[in-house]
Write a protein that binds this ligand. Sequence first.
Ligand code: ADP
Ligand code: MG
Length: 178
Amino acid sequence: MIWARTTSVDDTRGLAAALAELARPGDLLLLAGDLGAGKTAFTQGFGAALGVDERITSPTFTLVNNYEGRLELNHLDAYRLESVNEVLDLGVPEMLDDGGVTVIEWGDVVAPALPADYLEVRFSFTDGADDERLLELVPVGGRWMARTRAMAAALALWIHEADAPASVLDPPTPEDPA
Ligand code: ADP
Ligand code: MG
C-alpha cells in the first residue's frame, strides 16, 4: 500500500501521469472517494500520459468514454449504475481483454463484479489546505502487486512517510516460534 499527497489539481494530474508510465494493456484502476476528491482530475493526467489528446471529461451521464492513445483508455463512472452487474452489461470484462486500460470512478462499488486484479486508488480530503488530497494506492491481485516497488519509485515525489500509519512503517515483529 502506498500513500501519496498532492497539493493541487495539476499535482494530482502529474501523479497520475507518472503512474501511467507503468500502465500495461488490460490494466484496471478503480478510483474511490467522495465527489470533488479528484477522480476525474486523476484520469485526465493518466490519460494524457497514455497519449490521449482529446479532453477527458466526466463520464457521469455517458457511463463510458473511450479515448485513443498509446494505449486505449476506457473511462467509466459507476456512480449512476443501478446495480453492480451493470459493469458486466457495459462490457468491462471485454474491455480488459481488448488491450486498453480501464479506469472506473466509484469503482470500489463494482469491484465484486470484476476480476480481483486491479489497482484501487482511494482519494480523501485532508485537514490541511483545501487543495490537498491524500491518495492511498492499494494493489489487489498480482498484476499491480508486482509493480509495488516500481510505483513507489515513480511516485516518490508525492510520497510522505508520515502519511502511512505507524503500523505500516514499523510493523510489529512476529513473535518467535516457541
Ligand atoms: P471527482 O471526479 O472525484 O468528483 P474532480 O476531479 O471532478 O473530482 O474534481 C476535483 C475538484 O477538486 C476540482 O475542482 C479540482 O480543481 C479540485 N482540486 C483541488 N485540489 C485538488 C487536488 N489536489 N487534486 C485534485 N483535485 C483538486
Ligand atoms: Mg468524477
